[in-house]
Design a protein. Structure first.
Length: 202
């Protein structure tokens, strides 16, 4: 939601892991309401009107699209993660809306003239990972400048603990900070970063 993806243009997640972002993107693009088939606490309230609720649910079901309007691509260099992502997508009922494949960042290509990259890349919490992550972010920056200058209009990623944006040499045109969770304040900084690739990143 924070990425302001329109649900129509292509969306890429090059660090898709178990598939959370691509799956959520497909649900959003197809207008599938969260919790459509679950029961809610308010249904036990005094005064709850089952008939009216059923009308709302049926209206939501009729609004669901048969397929996602745009391409949704997820990739990961770990074949086990890709297998898990496909399994999760099948359970969510959106596998046919996704392209999930084993691939490294260096192979990324633009899927079209306009699109979004929304991802949660590794952020290096283990000892000894930082240099590998510097190399990874540098590789990501190189690919973005080489293959996406006119291809991806917005790139959003989560940053925790250190500035991967600096390593990728990608300066955002805007930044939004999001903190908090349902139960307690989030201990991490989470940035949604928009990068305009129509202009060369410096």
């Amino acid at each position: 939601m924070a990425s302001e993806w329109d649900g129509v243009h292509p969306l890429i997640d090059p660090f898709s892991g178990s598939g959370t972002i691509p799956i959520e993107a497909a649900l959003l693009a197809r207008k599938i309401p969260p919790g459509l088939n679950r029961q809610f606490g308010f249904q036990r309230w005094r005064g709850y009107q089952q008939a009216k609720w059923e009308v709302l649910v049926e209206s939501a079901r009729r609004a669901i699209l048969a397929e996602a309007p745009g391409a949704i691509l997820g990739s990961d260099r770990d074949s086990g993660a890709v297998t898990a992502a496909r399994s999760n997508a099948e359970r969510a009922g959106v596998m046919r809306d996704l392209t999930l494949e084993k691939a490294s960042v260096s192979t990324l290509k633009s899927p079209g003239p306009v699109g979004w990259m929304v991802t949660n890349p590794p952020y290096g919490t283990r000892v000894g990972e930082r240099q590998r992550l510097r190399d990874l972010y540098a590789s990501l920056g190189n690919v973005l400048r080489k293959n996406f200058l006119a291809g991806i209009s917005r790139c959003w990623w989560r940053r925790e603990g250190w500035n991967g944006r600096r390593e990728s040499h990608s300066e955002p045109s805007s930044r939004r900070t999001m903190e908090g969770s349902v139960c307690e304040p989030c201990p991490h900084e989470v940035y949604a970063i928009r990068v305009d690739f129509a202009r060369r990143c410096r």
